[in-house]
Design a protein around this ligand. Structure first.
Ligand code: NAD
Length: 498
């Protein structure tokens, strides 16, 4: 059996006390096992990071950016291999894996411009003979803890900005699809990054706790489910660290009566079922406004959903592949049963789906519920599978209230031809990322990514200038260069510029 290990700055024998199985979701078989590291291994990784980081921080930002340029070219050169590796562990179709990698590369492209982003502020003559300037300095050692659903994009969101700003970065990826981050580590080295600046340390809760408690790790970026995000945030902050922790989601798509329903059905099919619904920016709730809209939408949605092709991740015709593992498949099917028990109308049932020749694969067929009510648990909680729930709203105000009052506030979309309604919606909805006729409003790399409410704990978003802020500390210098004449009197009151 293949062993997947860490990517560290030092040689180690690869033996671990504990391992976790890595499945091929297409056939349900264990294809490898991943070593689960412990605190002693983390200590060694931190020592290597400490040894390497000061010299890396002293490299001028333009040269650091050149490593990013090289890395981008190398990832592009190896795109095919990386996409296949990603799909083989995650189960998303190859084209979607390329998208996962490409979205991460777009953050690397942002990092190619890091000299510009690191320019400080300067005020000449802030007082008599006094100038004030500020600089952004790296935190030192940062860590990233990432979920299974974007094994390339999310590690690159964090590591690109952390490294480009002069930090050493230790990544603890999901133990469910741990291989791509190791390959990214190899490509970083090939791109010219010094040893010790990007390390991958595999593990589970034990390693997460070791990271949260490590005194030499100054900042932690986490992405995963909300309860764990909250836990990571609290424990990290209690230990005096800077923490950003992104959590789960339940994104709504509001369909106004004037929307182009054919376009909405296309958009919803991709956004609700792409990647088997395992995206924090998926659109698993659709809210038609008015009875007429609901009926017309339902009529168009049913055949579109029934026509979706579920296949293995290498099937170029498949719209989506299997979910990550058997436990997650069972959880999604349990939620479907719960929806039935709660009284929602199960219109298309994806349970019990099998693919010929891949009977043990973790496949779930596309599922549609209608008549879902806000009081239902299946509405309130994140399912994270290929399940679309229709919640009917009577008016624009009712529709606006649904995502605004939901515990999650990651993304939301409105489909309409009415600019006024769209503008009102964007301004008033209590959610962090809004799409107007855009079903998956993941902001581009030079803007920032982050939800509200239980979708994110902490103050700063991922990537863009928010990422630069997160991975750096501001130092502000107030300077005076007396000309050597008489020195002034002592001042016993707080100095002012007044
Ligand atoms: P998860 O919370 O199970 O795991 C995330 C990370 O936490 C992994 O590295 C895992 O090893 C670690 N972990 C797991 N259990 C832990 C525990 N008890 N204590 C400490 N650490 C633990 O999430 P997942 O299933 O890998 O990913 C899916 C979730 O991530 C969904 O909820 C999805 O919405 C969310 N997500 C959010 C965003 C966002 O930006 N808001 C993006 C992608 C995914």
């Amino acid at each position: 059996m293949r062993d997947i290990s860490h990517k560290l700055a030092f040689a180690h024998d690869g033996e671990a006390a504990r391992y976790s199985d890595v499945f091929n979701p297409n056939d349900g078989q264990v294809q490898a096992r991943v070593a689960l590291g412990d605190r002693a291994l983390l200590d060694r990784a931190v020592e290597a990071a400490k040894a390497a980081q000061p010299a890396w921080a002293a490299v001028n930002p333009q040269r650091r950016a050149r490593v990013m340029f090289n890395f981008k070219a190398l990832v592009e050169k190896n795109m095919d291999e990386l996409a296949h590796l990603l799909s083989s562990e995650h189960g998303k179709v190859i084209a979607d894996s390329r998208g996962d990698i490409q979205r991460g590369l777009e953050v690397i492209e942002f990092c190619c411009g890091i000299p510009h982003a690191l320019k400080g502020e300067y005020t000449q003559g802030a007082g008599p003979g006094i100038d004030v300037y500020s600089m952004r300095q790296p935190i030192g050692i940062g860590a990233g803890i990432t979920p299974f659903n974007f094994p390339a994009m999310i590690p690159l969101w964090m590591s690109g900005v952390a490294i480009a700003t002069g930090n050493a970065f230790i990544l603890k990826p999901s133990e469910r699809d741990p291989s791509v981050p190791v390959r990214l580590g190899e490509l970083f080295l090939e791109a010219g990054l010094p040893e010790g600046i990007f390390q991958v340390i595999q593990g589970d809760k034990e390693m997460v706790d070791a990271i949260l408690d490590h005194p030499d790790i100054g900042a932690i970026s986490f992405v995963g489910s909300s309860d764990i995000a909250h836990y990571v945030y609290k424990r990290g902050v209690d230990n005096g660290k800077r923490v950003q922790a992104m959590g789960g989601a339940k994104n709504h798509g509001i369909v106004m009566p004037d929307a182009d329903l054919d376009q909405v059905v296309n958009d919803l099919s991709g956004a609700a079922f792409g990647s088997a619904g395992e995206r924090c920016m998926a659109l698993p709730v659709v809210v038609p406004v008015g009875e007429k809209t609901a009926l017309a939408l339902r009529e168009k949605l049913i055949p579109a959903i029934q026509a979706l092709r579920v296949g293995v991740s290498t099937d170029p015709e498949a719209h989506y592949g299997p979910v990550i593992n058997a436990a997650h498949k069972a959880k999604i099917e349990d939620y479907i049963q719960m929806g039935v028990d709660e009284g929602a109308e199960l219109v298309v049932d994806g349970r019990g789906f099998t693919l010929q020749g891949h009977e043990q694969g973790f496949f779930v067929g596309p599922t549609l519920f209608d008549q879902v009510k806000p009081t239902m648990r299946t509405y309130q909680e994140e399912i994270f599978g290929p399940v679309l729930q229709m919640v009917r709203a009577e008016s624009f105000e009712d529709a606006l209230a649904l995502p605004s009052q939901h515990q999650y506030g990651n993304g939301v979309a409105i489909f309409t031809r009415n600019g006024h309604a769209a503008r009102e919606f964007a301004a008033r909805v209590n959610v962090g990322m809004v799409g107007i006729n855009v079903p998956i409003p993941v902001p581009v790399a030079y803007h920032t990514f982050g939800g509200w409410k239980r979708s994110a704990f902490g103050d700063t978003n991922q990537h863009g200038m928010e990422g630069v802020k997160f991975w750096t500390k501001v130092k502000t210098i107030t300077q005076r260069w007396p000309d050597g004449g008489a020195s002034g009197d002592s001042a016993f009151v707080i100095p002012t510029m007044g």
